[in-house]
Design a protein around this ligand. Sequence first.
Ligand code: GDP
Ligand code: MG
Length: 442
Amino acid sequence: NLSDRITASLKGLRGHGRLTEADVDKTIREIRRALLDADVAVSVVREFTGRVRERALGEEVSKALNPAQQVVKIVHSELVEVLGGATGEFTWAKHPPTVIMLAGLQGAGKTTLAGKLAKWMKGQGHTPMLVAADLQRPNAVNQLQIVGERAGVPVFAPEPGNGVGNPVLVAMNGVSTAQFQQHDVVIVDTAGRLGIDEEMMQQAREIRDAVNPHETLFVVDAMIGQDAARVAEAFRDGVGFTGVVLSKLDGDARGGAALSITGVTERPILFASTGESLDDFERFHPDRMANRILDMGDVLTLIEQAEKAFDQKEAEKAAQKLASGEDFTLDDFLAQMQQLKNMGSIKKMLGMLPNMGQYREQLENFDESELGRVEAIIRSMTPAERQDPKLLNGSRRNRIAKGSGTTVQQVNQLMERFKQAQTMMRQMGRGMAGGGMPGMPG
Ligand code: GDP
Ligand code: MG
């Protein structure tokens, strides 16, 4: 696992005070191997490690007090850089409609994305229309119609007079119809093939020239890893594109695709598709992807760490409690925090679990530096109060704040936080009762 390997290679650097060339090269070798394992294209790895090496050997590191921290910072900031730097901006046409064309291999997720984009834009007050210009597969038009219905947006489909059998005509008529009906966005879905072929590129070029898109989005399945570099180059040369959408990031794609594409095309990744539902869609954030690459979610690692940190009995008790739906108390909350502290970052741990997307917001509001304060507050409560937080009236909260060296407001905040955790635990408990969490007794 990449983060373990980088951590291991950096451990070797501690205690040196300053980096020597040999130190840096040793780390770079590890990082190179780790990136290759993460399925990043070789050419991208070479360029990436070259830049890191150059920076690491430069003055920044020679001045550093803590070389390991410095190297992590360099690796991270270079990753963000390669991934596009700041979050990419989507360009709207000055004179609507904004024409968006989707391109990519078959199965990349174009049709699904058409629905996601439309729903997202509709939510922002836009009035998108979808155009079914994939006439390659018998079912493609119908699939887009279903997606459009789900997103609640109209779909322009081939009919007699609309250019039956001719995707270029359909695309053209679709865009002019959207313009006529005053839609401010029109999203043109196109056909893909399983492999790159000249006929497909030719068709995509013809559609492009017919509709003159403001944005051509290259949609690519993140699971294909470094192959993404080759496919992206083919589409760049064959049709050209203005932005990238990474799909299927909900799978165990390790970031290799993201790094490989931006490394060779220098086009921003604008969106991430993270599931089959139309809401599984978000802006792509280079810094989050860099974190993911350095901190790769790995259920096995999580379980190993969890097994080390959790007292087996405690874990069993917790799992039983969760599964039985019995309420999660402040005592459990505190016990869990202490265990989690041993496991390092809570965010990191939760990030390793699959399907944690729904808790992301809660996670982001979770500030680990508050752990100490939380502990102090809970320790200042009586056992009865911990069992039954409803007892906590104003004067008790006042006493607890004084006892823990915090403010009543902070006590109130903790109680809010605890309520959220309780809800989350109940939800997780229900989830476990269904499928069971690998490695957890219960
Ligand atoms: P297209 O051939 O490029 O139009 O691809 P589709 O939109 O038809 O998607 C192909 C398959 O991938 C479908 O079964 C989709 O439900 C699925 N799919 C698309 N995007 C995602 C995603 O982000 N995550 C997951 N898990 N599946 C996806
Ligand atoms: Mg399709």
